[in-house]
Ligand binder design. Structure first.
Ligand code: EPU
Length: 365
Protein backbone atom coordinates (compact mmCIF):
# COMPACT_ATOMS: atom_id res chain seq x y z
CA UNK A 1 0.00 0.00 0.00
CA UNK A 2 1.14 3.57 -0.73
CA UNK A 3 0.14 6.52 1.49
CA UNK A 4 0.54 10.16 0.41
CA UNK A 5 0.38 12.92 3.05
CA UNK A 6 0.75 16.61 2.21
CA UNK A 7 2.42 19.01 4.67
CA UNK A 8 3.41 16.08 6.86
CA UNK A 9 5.19 16.43 10.18
CA UNK A 10 8.71 15.00 10.14
CA UNK A 11 8.84 14.52 13.91
CA UNK A 12 8.50 10.71 13.54
CA UNK A 13 11.32 10.80 10.99
CA UNK A 14 14.10 12.49 12.93
CA UNK A 15 15.46 11.14 16.19
CA UNK A 16 16.69 14.67 17.08
CA UNK A 17 13.04 15.48 17.74
CA UNK A 18 13.15 18.70 15.69
CA UNK A 19 9.97 20.19 14.24
CA UNK A 20 9.95 20.22 10.45
CA UNK A 21 7.47 19.49 7.67
CA UNK A 22 7.68 17.82 4.27
CA UNK A 23 5.66 19.19 1.35
CA UNK A 24 4.78 15.54 0.65
CA UNK A 25 5.40 12.36 2.62
CA UNK A 26 5.08 9.04 0.79
CA UNK A 27 5.04 5.83 2.80
CA UNK A 28 5.05 2.43 1.13
CA UNK A 29 5.18 -1.23 2.15
CA UNK A 30 6.66 -3.10 -0.81
CA UNK A 31 9.53 -2.69 -3.26
CA UNK A 32 7.06 -3.07 -6.15
CA UNK A 33 5.39 0.16 -4.98
CA UNK A 34 8.47 2.17 -5.97
CA UNK A 35 7.92 2.30 -9.79
CA UNK A 36 4.32 3.46 -9.17
CA UNK A 37 5.46 6.14 -6.73
CA UNK A 38 8.01 7.57 -9.17
CA UNK A 39 5.46 7.65 -11.99
CA UNK A 40 2.96 9.55 -9.84
CA UNK A 41 2.65 13.21 -10.96
CA UNK A 42 2.95 14.36 -7.34
CA UNK A 43 6.43 12.77 -7.19
CA UNK A 44 7.79 12.59 -10.75
CA UNK A 45 10.66 15.02 -11.29
CA UNK A 46 10.48 16.44 -7.74
CA UNK A 47 13.47 16.43 -5.39
CA UNK A 48 13.15 13.57 -2.95
CA UNK A 49 14.84 12.19 0.13
CA UNK A 50 14.46 8.62 1.30
CA UNK A 51 14.57 8.28 5.08
CA UNK A 52 14.64 5.49 7.64
CA UNK A 53 13.98 6.51 11.23
CA UNK A 54 16.03 9.66 10.67
CA UNK A 55 18.67 8.66 13.19
CA UNK A 56 21.36 10.45 11.21
CA UNK A 57 19.48 13.49 9.92
CA UNK A 58 19.24 17.12 10.94
CA UNK A 59 16.35 18.96 9.28
CA UNK A 60 17.49 22.58 9.25
CA UNK A 61 14.27 23.73 7.55
CA UNK A 62 11.02 22.37 6.13
CA UNK A 63 11.65 20.00 3.23
CA UNK A 64 10.10 21.39 0.04
CA UNK A 65 10.14 18.07 -1.87
CA UNK A 66 9.08 14.48 -1.27
CA UNK A 67 10.13 12.47 1.78
CA UNK A 68 9.89 8.73 1.18
CA UNK A 69 9.75 6.08 3.84
CA UNK A 70 9.58 2.33 3.20
CA UNK A 71 8.19 -0.35 5.47
CA UNK A 72 9.70 -3.27 3.56
CA UNK A 73 9.80 -6.02 6.17
CA UNK A 74 10.83 -9.65 6.27
CA UNK A 75 13.71 -12.02 6.88
CA UNK A 76 14.37 -14.79 4.35
CA UNK A 77 16.88 -17.59 4.74
CA UNK A 78 19.01 -17.76 1.58
CA UNK A 79 21.28 -20.74 2.12
CA UNK A 80 23.33 -22.37 4.81
CA UNK A 81 26.77 -23.92 5.08
CA UNK A 82 28.39 -25.66 8.04
CA UNK A 83 29.38 -22.38 9.60
CA UNK A 84 27.36 -19.69 7.84
CA UNK A 85 23.80 -18.59 7.34
CA UNK A 86 22.80 -16.21 4.55
CA UNK A 87 19.81 -14.01 5.31
CA UNK A 88 18.00 -11.43 3.23
CA UNK A 89 16.45 -8.66 5.28
CA UNK A 90 13.95 -6.00 4.25
CA UNK A 91 15.27 -2.42 4.33
CA UNK A 92 12.45 -1.27 6.62
CA UNK A 93 13.28 -3.67 9.45
CA UNK A 94 14.64 -2.02 12.59
CA UNK A 95 18.39 -2.74 12.76
CA UNK A 96 18.47 -3.58 16.43
CA UNK A 97 15.53 -5.97 16.20
CA UNK A 98 17.59 -7.89 13.60
CA UNK A 99 20.57 -7.95 16.02
CA UNK A 100 18.24 -9.34 18.69
CA UNK A 101 16.75 -11.91 16.29
CA UNK A 102 20.26 -13.03 15.24
CA UNK A 103 21.52 -13.30 18.83
CA UNK A 104 18.58 -15.45 19.89
CA UNK A 105 19.11 -17.82 16.96
CA UNK A 106 22.87 -18.09 17.37
CA UNK A 107 23.84 -16.12 14.23
CA UNK A 108 27.06 -14.19 14.84
CA UNK A 109 28.58 -11.12 13.23
CA UNK A 110 26.27 -8.25 14.16
CA UNK A 111 26.22 -8.53 17.96
CA UNK A 112 28.76 -5.67 18.29
CA UNK A 113 26.40 -3.51 16.23
CA UNK A 114 23.61 -4.00 18.80
CA UNK A 115 21.68 -0.94 19.91
CA UNK A 116 22.44 1.25 16.90
CA UNK A 117 19.26 3.16 16.14
CA UNK A 118 17.77 3.16 12.65
CA UNK A 119 16.66 0.79 9.94
CA UNK A 120 18.43 -1.87 7.88
CA UNK A 121 18.38 0.25 4.69
CA UNK A 122 20.12 3.12 6.49
CA UNK A 123 22.67 0.69 7.96
CA UNK A 124 23.63 -0.24 4.38
CA UNK A 125 23.83 3.38 3.24
CA UNK A 126 25.82 4.59 6.22
CA UNK A 127 28.00 1.49 6.75
CA UNK A 128 27.20 1.67 10.46
CA UNK A 129 30.01 0.71 12.78
CA UNK A 130 30.69 0.22 16.46
CA UNK A 131 32.94 -1.75 18.82
CA UNK A 132 35.25 -3.04 16.11
CA UNK A 133 32.55 -4.15 13.65
CA UNK A 134 31.04 -2.60 10.56
CA UNK A 135 28.02 -3.39 8.42
CA UNK A 136 30.29 -4.13 5.43
CA UNK A 137 31.93 -7.03 7.33
CA UNK A 138 28.72 -9.08 7.09
CA UNK A 139 27.26 -7.67 3.89
CA UNK A 140 27.23 -9.81 0.74
CA UNK A 141 25.00 -7.66 -1.48
CA UNK A 142 22.46 -4.86 -1.42
CA UNK A 143 19.25 -4.86 -3.48
CA UNK A 144 18.21 -1.47 -4.83
CA UNK A 145 15.58 0.21 -6.93
CA UNK A 146 17.19 2.50 -9.51
CA UNK A 147 14.96 5.54 -9.92
CA UNK A 148 16.66 6.65 -13.17
CA UNK A 149 16.42 3.31 -14.96
CA UNK A 150 13.18 2.32 -13.25
CA UNK A 151 14.43 -1.14 -12.38
CA UNK A 152 15.49 -3.28 -9.45
CA UNK A 153 18.94 -4.79 -9.27
CA UNK A 154 21.56 -6.16 -6.90
CA UNK A 155 24.90 -4.54 -6.07
CA UNK A 156 27.67 -6.81 -4.74
CA UNK A 157 29.46 -5.63 -1.61
CA UNK A 158 32.70 -4.80 -3.49
CA UNK A 159 30.79 -2.36 -5.67
CA UNK A 160 29.16 -0.65 -2.68
CA UNK A 161 32.47 1.23 -2.09
CA UNK A 162 32.19 0.91 1.65
CA UNK A 163 34.42 3.09 3.80
CA UNK A 164 34.22 4.76 7.21
CA UNK A 165 30.51 5.70 7.47
CA UNK A 166 30.25 5.94 3.71
CA UNK A 167 29.22 4.03 0.60
CA UNK A 168 28.20 4.44 -3.03
CA UNK A 169 24.72 5.26 -1.71
CA UNK A 170 26.06 8.53 -0.24
CA UNK A 171 27.85 9.50 -3.44
CA UNK A 172 26.18 12.63 -4.91
CA UNK A 173 25.75 10.79 -8.23
CA UNK A 174 23.84 7.91 -6.71
CA UNK A 175 22.12 9.17 -3.60
CA UNK A 176 19.07 10.43 -5.49
CA UNK A 177 19.10 7.37 -7.67
CA UNK A 178 19.40 4.16 -5.64
CA UNK A 179 16.87 3.19 -2.97
CA UNK A 180 17.92 0.23 -0.84
CA UNK A 181 15.14 -2.37 -0.67
CA UNK A 182 16.89 -5.28 1.08
CA UNK A 183 20.31 -6.53 2.13
CA UNK A 184 21.91 -9.96 1.98
CA UNK A 185 24.01 -10.74 5.04
CA UNK A 186 26.40 -13.57 5.78
CA UNK A 187 26.15 -14.44 9.47
CA UNK A 188 28.32 -17.02 11.19
CA UNK A 189 27.21 -19.95 13.27
CA UNK A 190 30.76 -20.66 14.58
CA UNK A 191 33.88 -18.75 15.47
CA UNK A 192 35.17 -16.24 17.96
CA UNK A 193 33.59 -13.10 19.29
CA UNK A 194 35.22 -9.77 18.56
CA UNK A 195 36.14 -8.52 22.03
CA UNK A 196 39.18 -6.37 21.23
CA UNK A 197 37.59 -2.91 21.15
CA UNK A 198 37.86 -0.49 24.07
CA UNK A 199 36.36 -1.76 27.28
CA UNK A 200 34.48 -4.84 26.01
CA UNK A 201 36.84 -7.21 27.80
CA UNK A 202 36.58 -5.27 31.05
CA UNK A 203 32.79 -5.22 30.80
CA UNK A 204 32.67 -8.99 30.14
CA UNK A 205 34.98 -9.72 33.07
CA UNK A 206 32.86 -7.53 35.30
CA UNK A 207 29.89 -9.68 34.36
CA UNK A 208 31.79 -12.84 35.27
CA UNK A 209 32.61 -14.11 31.76
CA UNK A 210 35.92 -15.76 30.93
CA UNK A 211 37.69 -14.14 28.01
CA UNK A 212 39.83 -16.93 26.66
CA UNK A 213 41.54 -20.19 27.54
CA UNK A 214 44.90 -18.47 28.15
CA UNK A 215 43.41 -16.04 30.63
CA UNK A 216 41.90 -18.90 32.55
CA UNK A 217 45.31 -20.60 32.78
CA UNK A 218 47.16 -17.50 33.98
CA UNK A 219 44.47 -16.84 36.52
CA UNK A 220 45.27 -20.20 38.16
CA UNK A 221 47.93 -18.49 40.22
CA UNK A 222 45.25 -16.52 41.98
CA UNK A 223 42.17 -18.22 43.36
CA UNK A 224 40.22 -19.14 40.20
CA UNK A 225 37.33 -16.76 39.71
CA UNK A 226 33.94 -18.22 38.93
CA UNK A 227 33.66 -17.57 35.20
CA UNK A 228 31.26 -18.58 32.49
CA UNK A 229 31.86 -18.80 28.72
CA UNK A 230 30.79 -15.84 26.60
CA UNK A 231 27.56 -16.45 24.74
CA UNK A 232 26.06 -14.53 21.88
CA UNK A 233 23.31 -13.07 24.04
CA UNK A 234 25.93 -12.15 26.66
CA UNK A 235 27.90 -10.26 23.99
CA UNK A 236 24.78 -8.42 22.88
CA UNK A 237 23.79 -7.50 26.43
CA UNK A 238 27.32 -6.33 27.23
CA UNK A 239 27.41 -4.09 24.15
CA UNK A 240 23.97 -2.68 25.02
CA UNK A 241 25.17 -1.96 28.56
CA UNK A 242 28.36 -0.22 27.33
CA UNK A 243 26.28 1.89 24.96
CA UNK A 244 23.63 2.88 27.46
CA UNK A 245 26.28 3.94 29.99
CA UNK A 246 27.72 6.42 27.46
CA UNK A 247 25.11 7.26 24.86
CA UNK A 248 21.82 9.10 25.38
CA UNK A 249 18.52 7.34 24.68
CA UNK A 250 16.83 9.26 21.81
CA UNK A 251 13.47 8.66 23.54
CA UNK A 252 14.73 10.79 26.45
CA UNK A 253 17.07 13.29 24.77
CA UNK A 254 16.66 13.61 21.01
CA UNK A 255 19.96 12.98 19.22
CA UNK A 256 21.42 11.52 16.06
CA UNK A 257 24.28 9.47 17.52
CA UNK A 258 27.76 10.74 16.69
CA UNK A 259 27.33 14.24 15.35
CA UNK A 260 30.89 14.32 13.91
CA UNK A 261 33.14 11.75 12.27
CA UNK A 262 36.38 10.91 13.97
CA UNK A 263 38.90 13.02 12.03
CA UNK A 264 41.64 11.26 10.09
CA UNK A 265 45.00 13.06 10.31
CA UNK A 266 48.53 12.39 9.09
CA UNK A 267 50.57 10.41 11.58
CA UNK A 268 53.16 13.23 11.67
CA UNK A 269 50.51 15.68 12.74
CA UNK A 270 49.28 13.28 15.41
CA UNK A 271 52.86 12.90 16.71
CA UNK A 272 53.22 16.68 16.97
CA UNK A 273 49.88 16.96 18.78
CA UNK A 274 50.57 14.07 21.14
CA UNK A 275 53.90 15.60 22.19
CA UNK A 276 51.80 18.53 23.45
CA UNK A 277 48.86 16.40 24.65
CA UNK A 278 50.37 13.05 25.68
CA UNK A 279 46.99 11.52 26.56
CA UNK A 280 45.46 12.16 23.15
CA UNK A 281 44.23 8.76 21.90
CA UNK A 282 44.42 7.58 18.30
CA UNK A 283 43.27 4.58 16.30
CA UNK A 284 44.52 2.87 13.18
CA UNK A 285 42.87 3.65 9.89
CA UNK A 286 42.12 0.38 8.13
CA UNK A 287 42.07 -0.05 4.37
CA UNK A 288 39.60 -2.24 2.46
CA UNK A 289 41.74 -5.33 3.18
CA UNK A 290 41.67 -4.58 6.91
CA UNK A 291 45.35 -3.53 7.02
CA UNK A 292 46.50 -0.50 9.03
CA UNK A 293 47.36 2.55 6.92
CA UNK A 294 50.98 3.58 7.70
CA UNK A 295 50.37 7.30 7.08
CA UNK A 296 47.06 8.14 8.68
CA UNK A 297 45.40 7.75 12.10
CA UNK A 298 41.99 8.57 13.52
CA UNK A 299 41.57 10.75 16.60
CA UNK A 300 38.32 10.39 18.57
CA UNK A 301 36.28 13.54 17.96
CA UNK A 302 34.77 13.10 21.44
CA UNK A 303 38.23 13.49 23.01
CA UNK A 304 38.98 16.63 20.97
CA UNK A 305 35.62 18.19 21.89
CA UNK A 306 36.00 17.33 25.58
CA UNK A 307 39.60 18.61 25.74
CA UNK A 308 38.80 21.84 23.98
CA UNK A 309 36.50 22.67 26.87
CA UNK A 310 33.16 22.10 25.12
CA UNK A 311 31.72 19.49 27.53
CA UNK A 312 29.05 21.80 28.89
CA UNK A 313 28.53 23.95 25.79
CA UNK A 314 24.92 24.71 25.11
CA UNK A 315 22.98 26.91 22.68
CA UNK A 316 19.36 27.21 23.77
CA UNK A 317 18.16 23.64 24.20
CA UNK A 318 20.93 22.13 22.07
CA UNK A 319 23.73 20.70 24.22
CA UNK A 320 26.85 18.55 24.18
CA UNK A 321 26.20 15.20 25.88
CA UNK A 322 28.88 15.21 28.59
CA UNK A 323 29.35 11.42 28.83
CA UNK A 324 30.12 11.20 25.09
CA UNK A 325 30.99 14.61 23.71
CA UNK A 326 30.61 13.74 20.04
CA UNK A 327 26.87 13.41 20.55
CA UNK A 328 24.73 16.57 20.54
CA UNK A 329 21.36 16.35 22.28
CA UNK A 330 18.03 18.12 22.23
CA UNK A 331 17.32 18.91 25.89
CA UNK A 332 13.64 19.52 25.11
CA UNK A 333 12.70 22.22 22.69
CA UNK A 334 15.85 22.72 20.65
CA UNK A 335 15.48 24.43 17.29
CA UNK A 336 17.52 23.35 14.29
CA UNK A 337 19.33 26.73 14.27
CA UNK A 338 20.51 26.07 17.82
CA UNK A 339 21.94 22.69 16.91
CA UNK A 340 23.64 24.19 13.85
CA UNK A 341 25.08 27.06 15.89
CA UNK A 342 26.35 24.70 18.59
CA UNK A 343 28.00 22.48 15.98
CA UNK A 344 29.71 25.55 14.43
CA UNK A 345 31.04 26.65 17.82
CA UNK A 346 32.45 23.16 18.42
CA UNK A 347 34.09 22.96 14.99
CA UNK A 348 35.71 26.38 15.50
CA UNK A 349 36.83 25.65 19.06
CA UNK A 350 38.44 22.33 18.10
CA UNK A 351 40.09 23.94 15.07
CA UNK A 352 41.51 26.80 17.20
CA UNK A 353 42.78 24.45 19.88
CA UNK A 354 44.15 21.53 17.88
CA UNK A 355 44.14 22.69 14.25
CA UNK A 356 42.01 19.67 13.37
CA UNK A 357 38.92 20.07 11.20
CA UNK A 358 35.80 18.20 12.36
CA UNK A 359 33.31 17.07 9.73
CA UNK A 360 29.70 16.29 10.61
CA UNK A 361 28.60 12.68 10.41
CA UNK A 362 24.99 13.78 10.57
CA UNK A 363 23.41 14.80 7.25
CA UNK A 364 22.17 18.40 7.23
CA UNK A 365 18.97 18.58 5.20
N1 EPU B 1 36.56 10.10 24.30
C1 EPU B 1 36.76 11.14 25.19
N2 EPU B 1 35.70 11.94 25.49
C2 EPU B 1 34.48 11.74 24.96
C3 EPU B 1 34.27 10.69 24.05
C4 EPU B 1 35.33 9.88 23.72
O1 EPU B 1 37.84 11.34 25.69
O2 EPU B 1 33.56 12.53 25.28
C5 EPU B 1 37.72 9.23 23.95
C6 EPU B 1 38.03 8.18 24.97
O3 EPU B 1 39.44 8.09 25.02
C7 EPU B 1 37.49 6.90 24.40
C8 EPU B 1 37.67 7.15 22.92
O4 EPU B 1 37.44 8.55 22.73
O5 EPU B 1 38.21 5.80 24.83
C9 EPU B 1 36.73 6.38 22.05
O6 EPU B 1 35.38 6.59 22.49
P1 EPU B 1 34.23 5.60 22.05
O7 EPU B 1 34.62 4.20 22.30
O8 EPU B 1 32.94 6.07 22.62
O9 EPU B 1 34.23 5.73 20.47
P2 EPU B 1 34.15 6.99 19.51
O10 EPU B 1 35.30 6.91 18.58
O11 EPU B 1 33.96 8.24 20.28
C10 EPU B 1 32.87 5.65 17.69
C11 EPU B 1 31.64 5.80 16.84
C12 EPU B 1 30.40 5.48 17.65
C13 EPU B 1 30.52 4.08 18.20
C14 EPU B 1 31.79 4.00 19.06
C15 EPU B 1 32.05 2.62 19.59
C16 EPU B 1 32.20 7.48 15.20
C17 EPU B 1 31.97 8.88 14.72
N3 EPU B 1 31.56 7.14 16.30
O12 EPU B 1 32.82 6.67 18.68
O13 EPU B 1 29.32 5.49 16.75
O14 EPU B 1 29.39 3.72 18.98
O15 EPU B 1 32.93 4.36 18.25
O16 EPU B 1 32.48 1.81 18.56
O17 EPU B 1 32.94 6.74 14.58
C18 EPU B 1 27.51 6.69 15.79
O18 EPU B 1 28.07 6.51 14.71
O19 EPU B 1 26.42 7.32 15.89
C19 EPU B 1 28.16 6.21 17.00
C20 EPU B 1 27.70 6.46 18.22
Amino acid sequence: MIRFTENASLLPYNTFGLKAQAALLVEYDHEDDLPHIFQDPRVKGKPFLHVGQGSNLLFTADYPGVILHGNIKGIKFQGTTDDEQMVEIGAGETWDSICDWAAIRGFMGIENLSGIPGEVGAAAVQNIGAYGAEFKDVCVAVAVYDVVQNKHFIIGVEECRYGYRTSIFKDPEFKSRFIVTSVLLRLRTKGLFNIEYGNIKAALLERGYSLQQKDQHTSRRKPAPVTRPITLTAMRETILAIRSAKLPDPAVYGNAGSFFKNPVVRILKYRALSSQYPNMPCYQVLNAKGEADPEWVKIPAGWLIEHSGCTSRRVGDAAVYPKQCLVLVNMGKAKAEEVVQLSRIIVETVKDRFDVQLEPEVNFI
